[in-house]
Design a protein around this ligand. Sequence first.
Ligand SMILES: O=c1ccn([C@@H]2O[C@H](COP(=O)(O)O)[C@@H](O)[C@H]2O)c(=O)[nH]1
Length: 247
Amino acid sequence: MSSVRPVPPVLVALDTADLSQAQAWARAVSAAGCGLKLGLEAFCAHGPDGVRTVTDAAAAAGADPALFLDLKFHDIPNTVAGAVRAVAPLAPAIVNVHAAGGAAMMRAALDAAGDAAHRLGQPRPRVIAVTVLTSLDDADLAATGVTGAAADQVRRLAALTVESGLDGVVCSAHEAAVLRADLGPDPLLVTPGVRPAWAAAAGDQKRIMTPADARAAGASHLVVGRPVTGAPDPGAAARRVLDDLAA
Ligand SMILES: O=c1ccn([C@@H]2O[C@H](COP(=O)(O)O)[C@@H](O)[C@H]2O)c(=O)[nH]1
């Protein structure tokens, strides 16, 4: 099987080490029609079994949410390929690496995802690459030795990602319009740093945008975490993000 799984336009970041909490959020936001994003906090605390526990909770509640497994692999090609193979049985719809790991590493991740999916008889996860974290601005980036605008570095890494054959990138919505112009309509542009007008503070995010503006700029998928999970009713907040998109 070489198809890919459909992914809803909003993925909710379930950032917690508390499995019961993650399960409750997963049930609420998948019932609202959102996909799930599990990342380093949940995975480091509970590993692959923890991921299964969360997706099973949503499935038991009647949902079949797509999973973005946001582990941002960044290592030598052989190691990243092994990591991608290791998580393939979780049947993620999306996995990711850091584009700064280079073209050979990205190709190794893509090949590993395809081989593992074929072996398991399941759809291939989309493999995307993080360009510049949304928590960084131009000054933060300069402090790492990358001078110039963050948007320029995003464009360079996004071009390398697509040349390497990957399915898309993680970027901020600030770069979505220019990446659409650079890359065309096909690559996934997955944008964290989404902050609805009604949501709380930006927190540690520096390059933020509202859901409607992110979509209008060309983002294909929005990642929203604390505005939903920190809301008194996460299910209602997830529906509100989807309503913001539809408006
Ligand atoms: O550049 C990036 C890449 C990944 N993330 C992840 O997205 C969510 C955002 O959560 P919020 O609570 O909405 O800020 C989080 O899981 C990050 O690890 C990102 O923010 N930026």
